[in-house]
Design a protein around this ligand. Structure first.
Ligand SMILES: [Zn+2]
Length: 215
């Protein structure tokens, strides 16, 4: 009798039936007692993983927001990705840059050095030096972070971001994967987009000098 039950259970395990096992974590945490974790981190809201997983296409493909970019010509091919270890990034970046670029942090509003910076030049990725934004597309959105209505073509990846209980589009550097900020659809003409970028994620090369690629 016991063996029969065991055999059935084994068969079920082997065939992988059930289908309810999304991830090891959810399975493990499911039967936990109602006692709330006393020391929950100050992260806004627990993301509703179940909800996210019910999306028909959970593939985190970059959403192409490129609507109309007639003016920009392909600047450079950003084919090869820059891959560094965590330790290498820590060594290269300041703690604040590391927290934002590599840990998807956000600098406090109105504190970034480029929030009210309107010189002519090119904004580059602080992680790898790739030119990302032109000063001509920067505007004062009043949101507390540097804002651009367009990016240099093919330099930025967009990824759906459902953290903090919000649905946003994260923007990352195509070349090094560094977190830049988010893009919203409340920008001015001609694109209607607002690239909201952390100052700490960027460097700046004044127009006089040529923007230098990664060292
Ligand atoms: Zn980069």
């Amino acid at each position: 009798m016991k063996n029969a039950v065991f055999a059935i259970a084994l068969a079920a395990a082997l065939t992988g039936c059930g289908g309810g096992e999304r991830s090891p974590e959810s399975a493990a945490t499911a039967p936990s007692p109602p006692a709330a974790p006393a020391e929950a981190e100050p992260v806004p809201q627990p993301v509703d993983h179940a909800k996210i997983n019910t999306q028909p296409e959970p593939v985190p493909k970059p959403v192409q927001l490129t609507q109309h970019e007639p003016i920009m010509k392909p600047k450079q091919a950003t084919e090869e990705k820059i891959v560094k270890t965590d330790a290498e990034w820590r060594a290269k970046l300041t703690p604040e840059e590391y927290r934002i670029l590599r840990r998807k942090g956000t600098e406090r509003a109105f504190t970034g050095k480029f929030d009210h910076h309107f010189k002519d030049g090119t904004y580059t990725c602080k992680g790898c030096g790739t030119p990302l934004f032109l000063s001509a597309t920067k505007y004062n959105s009043g949101c507390g972070w540097p804002a651009f209505y367009d990016s240099i073509k093919d330099t930025i990846d967009t990824v759906p971001d459902t953290s903090h209980g919000m649905v946003r589009i994260e923007i990352t550097c195509k070349k090094c994967g560094g977190h830049l900020g988010h893009v919203f659809e409340d920008g001015p003409n001609p694109t209607g987009l607002r690239y909201c970028v952390n100052s700490a994620s960027m460097g700046f090369v004044p127009t006089e000098k040529k923007p230098e690629a990664s060292k």
